[in-house]
Every structure is written in structure tokens, then in C-alpha cells.
Design a protein. Structure first.
Length: 114
């Protein structure tokens, strides 16, 4: 990126509301080694509603096939089943999962620049 701000060194936080939250006010998911974490928030008395479309995605590019398979297996063992992607591109090298609010993540077995 050109300019005085180098976002390549930034830690990314993605936050979104959810209704599937068991009464808690917020939860964060991530790893100390990762350059991102996810936050799911809830406001008492406020309905978050479902995702606007099936193509609102959070994509994790995982070029290492063993790590990708382990992540997919972990989600499936936890009871999450892959869904057909709205855009068939994501089904070629990835698996898409949808949460109870209709938001989707893709675990993509390739580099982000591929």
C-alpha cells in the first residue's frame, strides 16, 4: 500500500451483531498468532436479523492443505455442515459454512492472490 499507513502490519478486527449469543454481551475469537480476531456482539432487546445475502462472506485463505483439512474437519466434528456457495467459485477449492444468523465463512484452500 502506498502512503504513510502500512495496513500490512495492522491487526484486523471484524465485528458483527448476532442473535445466537446465549445471553452474553460479546465474544471474541482468534489466535495469538493470527493478525485478526472476530467479535460477535449482542445488544439486549435488539434483533440482529439475518445476513443481507448469501454472498456476504468472511474468507480465510489457507494454502496448506493439511491445515485446511484440519480446520474443515474441526468445524464438521462440531456439527457444522458445509453449504453450497452462492458463487460457485468458492466451491472449487473451498468449503462454505453458514451460522444460525445466515452469515457465512469460507475456508479456501489456496493463497489469497491465486
Amino acid at each position: 500500500m502506498d502512503g504513510p499507513t502500512d495496513l500490512g502490519q495492522a491487526h484486523l478486527r471484524v465485528a458483527r451483531p448476532t442473535d445466537d449469543h446465549d445471553g452474553f454481551e460479546g465474544v471474541m475469537l482468534g489466535s495469538k498468532r493470527a493478525t485478526y480476531h472476530l467479535e460477535f456482539t449482542r445488544k439486549a432487546g435488539h434483533k440482529a436479523d439475518r445476513a443481507p445475502t448469501e454472498d456476504n462472506l468472511l474468507v480465510f485463505y489457507m494454502p496448506d492443505e493439511a491445515a485446511w483439512q484440519a480446520a474443515v474437519g474441526w468445524l464438521e466434528r462440531a456439527g457444522h455442515k458445509p453449504v453450497k456457495a452462492f458463487n460457485p467459485y468458492w466451491d472449487k477449492k473451498g468449503k462454505t459454512f453458514e451460522d444460525p444468523d445466515g452469515y457465512r465463512i469460507v475456508l479456501q484452500n489456496t493463497n489469497w492472490f491465486a
